[in-house]
Design a protein around this ligand. Structure first.
Ligand code: RB5
Length: 147
């Protein structure tokens, strides 16, 4: 199975973790799209969450990773874009289940809340776990319906 293209985006609180994960993904043979930010200057997480979600929703990347201080703000922003299913995860079990049950296409991480090893575990589980389908497909379909 070919590896998905993975887009990554972060704010100033998340760019170091984003860059570390980006470099590791590249080393593992993933195609990556780095949407910034790439330095410590203060930026607004909604700009980066939206851009990342649009990149995934448009099909330019199959999977996305967003990082801010908590992962909360940037995941809220990403989830406002139709077609984006962002899951904020703090452990590998959540990252596995958001793929199996929710067909999440964006992983959100809080760089100020979790360590590098946990972030690595989350990303590995997220990228390597397939959607289970079945009863979950109907529910995921409903997630795409207008409120
Ligand atoms: C930035 O200080 C911080 O508010 C942001 O990274 C994030 O945690 C928001 O949800």
């Amino acid at each position: 199975m070919s590896k998905p293209t993975v887009a990554l985006a972060a704010d100033h609180a998340g760019f170091e973790l984003k860059n570390l994960l980006r470099d590791e993904l590249k080393a593992q043979g993933y195609a990556v799209l780095d949407l910034g930010t790439n330095g410590p200057d203060s930026v607004d997480y909604p700009d980066f969450g939206r851009k990342l979600a649009q990149t995934v929703a448009d099909g330019q990347a199959q999977m996305g990773v967003v990082v801010c201080g908590t992962g909360i703000g940037i995941s809220i922003a990403a989830n406002r874009v139709p077609g984006c299913r962002a899951a904020l995860c703090h452990d590998a079990t959540s990252a596995r289940l958001c793929r199996e049950h929710n067909d999440a296409n964006v992983l959100a991480l809080g760089a100020r809340l979790i360590g590098v090893e946990t972030a690595r575990d989350c990303l590995k589980a997220f990228l390597e776990t397939p959607f289970a389908g079945g009863r979950h497909a109907r529910r995921v379909e409903k997630l795409g319906q207008p409120a």
